[in-house]
Design a protein around this ligand. Structure first.
Ligand SMILES: Cc1cc2nc3c(=O)[nH]c(=O)nc-3n(C[C@H](O)[C@H](O)[C@H](O)COP(=O)(O)O)c2cc1C
Length: 304
């Protein structure tokens, strides 16, 4: 029987629910070894106050933290590693970075195929580029990527995620806003991605898997969101270095700069980004070909 290692990190359980549906077709067909990453100490959920923003510098700079010892056997060979993760500040969440930078991950990923499963708000392409580089650095081979996002308008999804992250309740804010996060329907339909993944595992041939997943709409991208995200990641890198100058995670000396970042972020999201989007759509025809080729690249498993 083929053996598959499933490594996940989730706070609310959303990512776990997504991965459970993706794995439905694999159950009973392959041996599944599940590793749920446990940070030490755990990150708060729901988040309160400045803690949320305090996760930004280490996420963006990909500074590893601590995890509970892994349960999986690093001496085993796996036919596929499935890595399921949310996004933190356009970057891999700290627990996933910590895993990917561990000696255990380096050992288990060497010459092994990897499939990523993302559950986020709507901005994941920069984090996936970081993840691609870390997988390649471990000698692994990315063979597929399946993404899940909130399909609502960008600003609406910001309001609803702030409510969800601050209360822990994945429900409609004030009974007026849409439900936050990945929709129940998209989570229920996640099972459709299992068939091509199982076929690839059984044949041992992962070539062409990503094309099959794309045909099933595993990677849908909004060009305006990509453009906003790419600008955002460059600016986050400036902020992360600015905050890190004041100390490590949890250092009270960082609070003033984190508060500045918080207000900057809210200003950019609600005031600047709608204007930037307007300019984007007005100039869209001029950059059509460049945008199309970017989308093709972000949908792929290749690394530039
Ligand atoms: C600290 C933090 C930062 C986040 N930043 C982003 C982001 O940049 N892009 C995005 O699409 N989602 C972002 N999210 C939402 C997550 O990707 C994810 O959808 C949500 O946290 C639920 O994941 P869970 O399965 O861990 O509960 C962020 C969440 C947290 C907690």
């Amino acid at each position: 029987m083929a053996r598959v290692l499933v490594v996940t990190y989730t706070q609310s359980g959303q990512l776990e629910e997504i991965v459970t549906h993706v794995l439905a077709a694999l159950r009973g067909q392959v041996e599944l070894v599940v590793e749920q990453l446990k940070p030490i100490p755990d990150y708060p959920f729901p988040w309160s106050g400045i803690d949320f923003y305090d996760a930004m510098p280490e996420s963006v700079e990909m500074i590893p933290s601590k995890l509970a010892p892994f349960q999986f056997n690093t001496d085993d060979h796996y036919d596929l590693i499935i890595l399921g993760y949310p996004i933190w500040f356009l970057s891999p969440p700290i627990p996933i970075t910590t895993f990917l930078k561990s000696k255990e991950a380096a050992k288990v990923m060497k010459n092994t195929s990897v499939l990523t499963v993302i559950g986020c708000r709507n901005m994941w392409v920069n984090a996936q580029e970081d993840i691609k580089r870390m997988i390649a650095g471990n000698g692994g081979k990315l063979v597929g990527n399946i993404t899940f996002r909130d399909r609502h308008n960008n600003l609406l999804s910001v309001v609803t995620i702030i409510y969800w992250m601050g209360t822990g309740k994945k429900e409609r804010y004030l009974g007026l806003f849409p439900k936050p996060g990945v929709s129940d329907e998209d989570i229920a339909n996640a099972a459709k991605f299992g068939a091509p993944v199982l076929e690839a595992i059984k044949s041992g041939d992962f070539n062409g898997l990503q094309e099959k997943l794309i045909a099933l709409k595993a990677v849908e991208l909004d060009p305006n969101v990509i453009s906003t995200e790419n600008k955002g990641k460059k600016i986050f890198k400036i902020w992360s270095k600015f905050v890190l100058k004041k100390g490590k995670s949890g250092d009270p000396a960082r609070i003033t700069r984190l508060n500045l970042f918080k207000y900057y972020l809210l200003f950019v999201i609600f005031i600047v980004s709608p204007l930037v989007s307007l300019v984007f759509y007005l100039t869209y025809p001029l950059f059509y070909r460049r945008i199309k080729s970017k989308i093709k690249y972000y949908q792929s498993v290749s690394l530039k």
